[in-house]
Design a protein. Sequence first.
Length: 307
Amino acid sequence: MLNTNIPTLHVDHLQKNFGKFQALKNITFDIYPGEVFGFIGPNGAGKSTTIRTILGILRASGGKATIFGKDVFKDAVDIHKRIAYVPGDVYLWPNLTGGEIIDLLLKLGHSHHTRRTSQLIELFQLDPTKKARTYSKGNRQKVALIAAFSTDADFYIFDEPTSGLDPLNEEVFQNEVLKLKEAGKSVLLSSHILSEVEKMCDRIGIIKNGEVVETGSLDEMRHLTRTVIKVKTQLPTPELETLPGVHNAVMGNNQTLTLSVDSEYLENTMSYLSQKQIISIQATPPTLEDLFMRYYGSTNEVDRREK
Protein backbone atom coordinates (compact mmCIF):
# COMPACT_ATOMS: atom_id res chain seq x y z
CA MET A 1 0.00 0.00 0.00
CA LEU A 2 1.27 3.48 -0.91
CA ASN A 3 2.42 5.74 1.89
CA THR A 4 1.03 9.12 0.93
CA ASN A 5 3.04 10.84 3.68
CA ILE A 6 6.40 10.07 2.05
CA PRO A 7 7.12 12.20 -1.03
CA THR A 8 7.80 10.45 -4.32
CA LEU A 9 9.96 13.43 -5.31
CA HIS A 10 11.78 15.58 -2.78
CA VAL A 11 13.61 18.67 -4.06
CA ASP A 12 15.54 20.65 -1.46
CA HIS A 13 17.22 23.97 -2.37
CA LEU A 14 18.31 22.62 -5.75
CA GLN A 15 20.84 24.73 -7.67
CA LYS A 16 22.37 24.43 -11.13
CA ASN A 17 25.09 26.60 -12.62
CA PHE A 18 26.28 26.75 -16.21
CA GLY A 19 29.62 28.45 -15.81
CA LYS A 20 28.91 31.81 -14.18
CA PHE A 21 25.21 31.65 -15.04
CA GLN A 22 22.98 30.38 -12.24
CA ALA A 23 20.05 28.69 -13.99
CA LEU A 24 18.54 27.28 -10.79
CA LYS A 25 18.96 29.32 -7.61
CA ASN A 26 16.64 27.78 -5.06
CA ILE A 27 14.19 25.06 -6.11
CA THR A 28 12.27 23.39 -3.29
CA PHE A 29 9.09 21.30 -3.55
CA ASP A 30 7.70 17.81 -2.94
CA ILE A 31 5.34 15.57 -4.89
CA TYR A 32 3.36 12.84 -3.13
CA PRO A 33 1.70 9.60 -4.32
CA GLY A 34 -1.69 10.22 -5.94
CA GLU A 35 -0.85 13.86 -6.62
CA VAL A 36 -0.64 15.86 -9.83
CA PHE A 37 1.81 18.73 -9.32
CA GLY A 38 1.75 21.62 -11.80
CA PHE A 39 5.10 23.27 -12.48
CA ILE A 40 4.50 26.55 -14.28
CA GLY A 41 6.51 29.42 -15.66
CA PRO A 42 7.40 30.87 -19.08
CA ASN A 43 10.24 29.70 -21.28
CA GLY A 44 13.60 30.40 -19.66
CA ALA A 45 12.27 30.29 -16.10
CA GLY A 46 14.08 27.01 -15.35
CA LYS A 47 11.35 24.36 -15.72
CA SER A 48 13.19 22.09 -18.15
CA THR A 49 16.53 22.53 -16.36
CA THR A 50 14.86 21.45 -13.13
CA ILE A 51 13.36 18.39 -14.83
CA ARG A 52 16.64 17.39 -16.49
CA THR A 53 18.35 17.68 -13.13
CA ILE A 54 15.83 15.51 -11.29
CA LEU A 55 16.08 12.99 -14.15
CA GLY A 56 19.82 12.77 -13.50
CA ILE A 57 20.67 14.10 -16.98
CA LEU A 58 22.29 17.15 -15.37
CA ARG A 59 24.25 17.13 -12.12
CA ALA A 60 23.11 19.64 -9.51
CA SER A 61 25.53 22.35 -8.41
CA GLY A 62 23.95 22.51 -4.95
CA GLY A 63 21.07 21.23 -2.87
CA LYS A 64 19.62 17.78 -3.40
CA ALA A 65 16.82 15.88 -5.08
CA THR A 66 15.56 12.37 -4.39
CA ILE A 67 13.00 10.16 -6.12
CA PHE A 68 11.68 7.17 -4.13
CA GLY A 69 14.18 8.22 -1.47
CA LYS A 70 17.15 7.72 -3.84
CA ASP A 71 19.61 10.29 -5.13
CA VAL A 72 18.51 11.37 -8.61
CA PHE A 73 22.07 11.41 -10.01
CA LYS A 74 23.78 8.50 -8.25
CA ASP A 75 20.79 6.15 -8.44
CA ALA A 76 19.43 7.27 -11.83
CA VAL A 77 19.43 3.76 -13.34
CA ASP A 78 17.31 2.28 -10.54
CA ILE A 79 14.99 5.30 -10.49
CA HIS A 80 14.41 5.25 -14.25
CA LYS A 81 12.99 1.73 -14.02
CA ARG A 82 10.00 3.18 -12.18
CA ILE A 83 9.37 6.44 -14.05
CA ALA A 84 7.93 7.54 -17.41
CA TYR A 85 9.04 10.78 -19.08
CA VAL A 86 7.69 12.77 -22.01
CA PRO A 87 9.61 15.88 -23.15
CA GLY A 88 8.13 18.84 -24.96
CA ASP A 89 10.04 18.13 -28.17
CA VAL A 90 10.00 14.47 -29.16
CA TYR A 91 12.53 13.28 -31.74
CA LEU A 92 11.88 9.88 -33.31
CA TRP A 93 13.68 7.44 -35.58
CA PRO A 94 12.57 8.77 -39.01
CA ASN A 95 12.50 5.43 -40.87
CA LEU A 96 10.48 3.54 -38.25
CA THR A 97 6.70 3.64 -38.10
CA GLY A 98 4.90 5.11 -35.12
CA GLY A 99 3.81 1.65 -34.03
CA GLU A 100 7.36 0.29 -34.24
CA ILE A 101 8.66 3.18 -32.14
CA ILE A 102 5.97 2.70 -29.48
CA ASP A 103 6.88 -1.00 -29.24
CA LEU A 104 10.59 -0.14 -29.09
CA LEU A 105 10.09 2.43 -26.32
CA LEU A 106 8.03 -0.08 -24.35
CA LYS A 107 10.69 -2.76 -24.81
CA LEU A 108 13.41 -0.37 -23.61
CA GLY A 109 11.31 0.15 -20.49
CA HIS A 110 10.89 -3.62 -20.02
CA SER A 111 7.22 -3.42 -21.03
CA HIS A 112 5.35 -4.65 -24.08
CA HIS A 113 2.44 -3.75 -26.36
CA THR A 114 -0.83 -4.57 -24.64
CA ARG A 115 -4.52 -4.05 -25.25
CA ARG A 116 -4.12 -0.83 -23.30
CA THR A 117 -1.56 0.36 -25.88
CA SER A 118 -3.98 -0.33 -28.72
CA GLN A 119 -6.74 1.55 -26.88
CA LEU A 120 -4.45 4.57 -26.44
CA ILE A 121 -3.51 4.54 -30.14
CA GLU A 122 -7.22 4.70 -30.95
CA LEU A 123 -7.96 7.36 -28.33
CA PHE A 124 -5.17 9.64 -29.58
CA GLN A 125 -6.18 8.93 -33.21
CA LEU A 126 -2.64 8.04 -34.25
CA ASP A 127 -1.94 6.18 -37.49
CA PRO A 128 0.78 3.76 -36.31
CA THR A 129 1.59 2.55 -39.83
CA LYS A 130 3.10 5.83 -41.03
CA LYS A 131 6.83 6.52 -40.92
CA ALA A 132 7.92 8.92 -38.19
CA ARG A 133 9.44 11.28 -40.74
CA THR A 134 5.93 12.05 -42.01
CA TYR A 135 4.60 12.93 -38.56
CA SER A 136 3.72 16.43 -37.43
CA LYS A 137 4.92 17.68 -34.05
CA GLY A 138 1.59 16.72 -32.53
CA ASN A 139 1.82 13.14 -33.83
CA ARG A 140 5.36 12.82 -32.49
CA GLN A 141 4.04 13.87 -29.08
CA LYS A 142 1.29 11.26 -29.35
CA VAL A 143 3.85 8.48 -29.87
CA ALA A 144 5.69 9.40 -26.66
CA LEU A 145 2.47 9.89 -24.70
CA ILE A 146 1.06 6.53 -25.79
CA ALA A 147 4.28 4.79 -24.76
CA ALA A 148 4.28 6.59 -21.40
CA PHE A 149 0.64 5.88 -20.59
CA SER A 150 1.16 2.22 -21.58
CA THR A 151 3.86 1.92 -18.93
CA ASP A 152 2.99 0.93 -15.37
CA ALA A 153 5.31 3.48 -13.75
CA ASP A 154 5.10 4.99 -10.26
CA PHE A 155 6.11 8.51 -11.29
CA TYR A 156 5.23 10.28 -14.54
CA ILE A 157 7.08 13.41 -15.67
CA PHE A 158 5.53 15.50 -18.45
CA ASP A 159 7.46 18.53 -19.74
CA GLU A 160 5.14 20.63 -21.96
CA PRO A 161 3.57 17.35 -23.20
CA THR A 162 0.59 18.74 -25.12
CA SER A 163 2.62 21.03 -27.35
CA GLY A 164 1.26 20.51 -30.86
CA LEU A 165 -1.86 18.59 -29.80
CA ASP A 166 -5.33 19.67 -30.88
CA PRO A 167 -8.02 20.35 -28.22
CA LEU A 168 -9.55 16.86 -28.53
CA ASN A 169 -6.21 15.18 -27.88
CA GLU A 170 -5.49 17.59 -25.04
CA GLU A 171 -8.70 16.34 -23.44
CA VAL A 172 -7.58 12.71 -23.92
CA PHE A 173 -4.29 13.58 -22.23
CA GLN A 174 -6.07 15.23 -19.30
CA ASN A 175 -8.36 12.23 -18.82
CA GLU A 176 -5.42 9.82 -18.83
CA VAL A 177 -3.55 11.90 -16.25
CA LEU A 178 -6.60 11.87 -13.97
CA LYS A 179 -6.67 8.06 -14.27
CA LEU A 180 -3.05 7.97 -13.10
CA LYS A 181 -3.99 10.11 -10.11
CA GLU A 182 -6.87 7.78 -9.24
CA ALA A 183 -4.44 4.86 -9.40
CA GLY A 184 -2.21 6.54 -6.80
CA LYS A 185 0.55 7.52 -9.22
CA SER A 186 2.61 10.71 -8.87
CA VAL A 187 2.63 13.18 -11.76
CA LEU A 188 4.82 16.21 -12.44
CA LEU A 189 3.28 18.37 -15.16
CA SER A 190 5.36 21.24 -16.48
CA SER A 191 3.24 23.54 -18.61
CA HIS A 192 2.52 27.11 -19.63
CA ILE A 193 -1.08 26.29 -20.54
CA LEU A 194 -2.68 27.66 -17.39
CA SER A 195 -6.16 26.25 -18.03
CA GLU A 196 -4.65 22.77 -18.33
CA VAL A 197 -2.82 23.08 -15.03
CA GLU A 198 -5.82 24.59 -13.27
CA LYS A 199 -8.07 21.74 -14.41
CA MET A 200 -5.80 18.84 -13.40
CA CYS A 201 -3.37 19.79 -10.68
CA ASP A 202 -3.75 19.34 -6.93
CA ARG A 203 -0.90 21.70 -6.16
CA ILE A 204 1.07 24.23 -8.15
CA GLY A 205 4.61 25.53 -8.10
CA ILE A 206 5.43 28.83 -9.83
CA ILE A 207 9.03 29.22 -10.99
CA LYS A 208 10.58 32.57 -11.86
CA ASN A 209 14.21 33.22 -12.75
CA GLY A 210 15.36 29.89 -11.35
CA GLU A 211 13.45 30.12 -8.07
CA VAL A 212 10.17 28.63 -6.91
CA VAL A 213 8.32 31.74 -5.74
CA GLU A 214 5.07 30.09 -4.63
CA THR A 215 3.74 26.59 -3.98
CA GLY A 216 0.38 25.32 -2.79
CA SER A 217 -3.12 24.46 -3.96
CA LEU A 218 -4.97 27.05 -6.01
CA ASP A 219 -7.41 27.56 -3.13
CA GLU A 220 -4.49 28.25 -0.79
CA MET A 221 -3.10 30.80 -3.25
CA ARG A 222 -6.34 32.66 -3.92
CA HIS A 223 -5.57 35.08 -1.09
CA LEU A 224 -2.83 36.50 -3.31
CA THR A 225 -5.28 37.60 -5.98
CA ARG A 226 -8.50 39.57 -6.34
CA THR A 227 -12.14 38.60 -6.84
CA VAL A 228 -13.96 40.43 -9.64
CA ILE A 229 -17.48 41.55 -8.69
CA LYS A 230 -20.22 42.80 -11.01
CA VAL A 231 -23.04 44.32 -8.98
CA LYS A 232 -26.16 46.42 -9.44
CA THR A 233 -27.66 48.14 -6.40
CA GLN A 234 -30.82 50.09 -5.68
CA LEU A 235 -28.94 52.83 -3.81
CA PRO A 236 -25.81 54.70 -4.97
CA THR A 237 -22.38 53.57 -3.71
CA PRO A 238 -20.29 56.76 -3.50
CA GLU A 239 -18.04 55.45 -0.69
CA LEU A 240 -17.12 52.24 -2.54
CA GLU A 241 -13.81 53.40 -4.02
CA THR A 242 -12.65 54.62 -0.60
CA LEU A 243 -13.09 51.19 0.99
CA PRO A 244 -9.87 49.30 1.72
CA GLY A 245 -9.02 46.54 -0.76
CA VAL A 246 -11.32 47.82 -3.53
CA HIS A 247 -9.75 48.50 -6.93
CA ASN A 248 -10.79 49.62 -10.43
CA ALA A 249 -14.45 50.35 -9.70
CA VAL A 250 -16.08 51.20 -13.06
CA MET A 251 -19.75 51.89 -13.83
CA GLY A 252 -20.87 50.10 -17.00
CA ASN A 253 -24.06 49.57 -18.94
CA ASN A 254 -27.38 49.29 -17.11
CA GLN A 255 -25.83 50.87 -14.03
CA THR A 256 -23.81 47.68 -13.35
CA LEU A 257 -20.66 48.31 -11.36
CA THR A 258 -17.51 46.22 -11.91
CA LEU A 259 -14.78 46.18 -9.26
CA SER A 260 -11.88 44.06 -8.01
CA VAL A 261 -11.54 43.21 -4.32
CA ASP A 262 -8.58 41.84 -2.39
CA SER A 263 -9.61 38.55 -0.81
CA GLU A 264 -9.01 39.69 2.77
CA TYR A 265 -11.42 42.62 2.28
CA LEU A 266 -14.14 40.67 0.48
CA GLU A 267 -16.39 40.24 3.52
CA ASN A 268 -16.20 43.93 4.39
CA THR A 269 -17.01 44.94 0.80
CA MET A 270 -19.97 42.55 0.57
CA SER A 271 -21.33 43.91 3.85
CA TYR A 272 -21.23 47.44 2.44
CA LEU A 273 -22.92 46.42 -0.84
CA SER A 274 -25.70 44.55 0.98
CA GLN A 275 -26.64 47.81 2.72
CA LYS A 276 -27.16 49.35 -0.72
CA GLN A 277 -29.95 46.91 -1.63
CA ILE A 278 -28.37 44.54 -4.14
CA ILE A 279 -30.46 43.95 -7.29
CA SER A 280 -28.02 41.54 -8.94
CA ILE A 281 -24.49 40.38 -8.24
CA GLN A 282 -21.90 38.13 -9.87
CA ALA A 283 -18.57 37.23 -8.24
CA THR A 284 -15.75 35.61 -10.22
CA PRO A 285 -13.09 33.97 -8.04
CA PRO A 286 -9.44 34.54 -8.91
CA THR A 287 -7.92 32.13 -11.42
CA LEU A 288 -4.50 30.62 -11.89
CA GLU A 289 -3.93 33.19 -14.63
CA ASP A 290 -4.54 35.98 -12.10
CA LEU A 291 -1.96 34.44 -9.80
CA PHE A 292 0.49 33.94 -12.66
CA MET A 293 0.12 37.58 -13.71
CA ARG A 294 1.11 38.64 -10.20
CA TYR A 295 4.59 37.33 -10.94
CA TYR A 296 4.91 37.73 -14.68
CA GLY A 297 3.35 41.06 -15.59
CA SER A 298 0.98 41.78 -18.46
CA THR A 299 -1.23 39.34 -20.34
CA ASN A 300 0.46 40.34 -23.57
CA GLU A 301 3.79 39.22 -22.18
CA VAL A 302 2.44 35.78 -21.39
CA ASP A 303 0.70 35.55 -24.76
CA ARG A 304 3.95 36.27 -26.56
CA ARG A 305 5.73 33.57 -24.61
CA GLU A 306 3.03 31.00 -25.32
CA LYS A 307 3.18 31.52 -29.10
